[in-house]
Write a protein that binds this ligand. Structure first.
Ligand SMILES: Nc1nc2c(ncn2[C@@H]2O[C@H](COP(=O)(O)OP(=O)(O)OP(=O)(O)O)[C@@H](O)[C@H]2O)c(=O)[nH]1
Ligand SMILES: [Mg+2]
Ligand SMILES: [Zn+2]
Length: 282
């Protein structure tokens, strides 16, 4: 039996990279649910090129379906208008699941000032990089590919374009923004790990506009600890268990008022707390 990494899944055919670098086209044994195998998974392949066993996973993302993720490039752009609530949830998802987040701000050719504004919010929280697929600045991203990496983010931010730019050819399908709106769905629908050297993979994924709060597996009172910018102020809150959602005697609320914490991050934090509280009621 050979162990390998699942790189691609197309109908019933799976591409598996063995530990010696050889790539096999495999099918899955009947006892393994086809839908239960994700790209990024480590699997065991028998002498008939059948996948017979799934190895233990470090983490899993359901939408898009990728397993054992090491790094997530959270892609945003001036157009389409960024949904920073989802960006924050993605950052939380990374923190909880042992994934290194990188906020990748694309399309700097459209509005560099705006890209810098987004960067100023996120550079305190994660590594950030400003790029464009229209000039050579996308090369900055290549150096950051390490282990299994995924490009995540809203539809039309340029994830497939980034893959194509990095690969230097049209490996992933790209549609114009207006075409996407017309079709009312994403261009990218399959998941594949593209290789960028030994143990360096990047997955293009279909854009997803929301990340279910329930997937975060977080208790209401745990969330605040994932906001590093709250820390220095939280120490001065009157109550130790302060959720920082109520003005009275809250040093974090005070810091928001004084512009020391991003308004938008804070409002989205409050929104998340509310959603998690309402989930608990059911
Ligand atoms: N101006 C500009 N346009 C870009 C840039 N990168 C991508 N685009 C354009 O943005 C549009 C959407 O790009 P895609 O790569 O298909 O976006 P996507 O994130 O893969 O979208 P989904 O597959 O639907 O999730 C295309 O028209 C691209 O040409 C960039 O750096 N600058
Ligand atoms: Mg795409
Ligand atoms: Zn507080």
């Amino acid at each position: 039996m050979n162990r390998g990494r699942l790189l691609k899944k197309q109908a019933t055919i799976f591409s598996v990279e063995l530990e010696d670098g050889k790539i096999l086209e495999c099918v899955a044994r009947k006892n393994l649910k086809k839908d239960g195998l994700f790209v990024g998974d480590f699997v065991f392949v028998d002498e008939y090129n059948s996948i017979c066993k799934l190895d233990k996973r470090k983490n899993i993302l359901i939408r898009p379906p990728v397993a054992n993720i090491d790094k997530m490039f959270i892609v945003v752009a001036p157009i389409p208008k960024p949904d920073l609530y989802t960006v924050d949830k993605m950052l939380l998802f990374c923190a909880v699941n042992d994934i290194v987040p990188v906020v990748c701000i694309n399309k700097k050719d459209l509005d560099e000032q705006y890209c810098k504004k987004i960067e100023s919010v996120y550079k305190k929280i994660a590594k950030t990089v400003i790029i464009s697929t229209k000039d050579s600045s996308f090369e900055k991203l290549k150096k950051l590919i390490d282990g299994v990496c995924v490009l995540a983010g809203q539809s039309a931010v340029g994830k497939s374009s980034i893959i194509n730019a990095l690969k230097g050819s049209e490996v992933a399908k790209v549609d114009t923004f207006s075409k996407k709106v017309e079709r009312g769905k994403q261009t990218t629908r399959t998941v594949e790990l593209y290789q960028f050297g030994q143990n360096r993979y990047l997955a293009d994924t279909a854009g997803f506009s929301k990340l279910d709060e329930s997937l975060l597996n977080l208790e209401v009172n745990e969330v605040k600890s994932y906001y590093p910018e709250f820390l220095e102020f939280a120490q001065n809150c009157k109550y130790k268990s302060c959720l920082h959602t109520n003005d009275r005697d809250c040093a974090v609320c005070e810091a928001v008022k004084n512009g020391k914490i991003s308004q938008e991050r804070y409002q989205n934090y409050k929104k998340l707390i509310e959603v998690l509280q309402s989930l608990k009621k059911f």
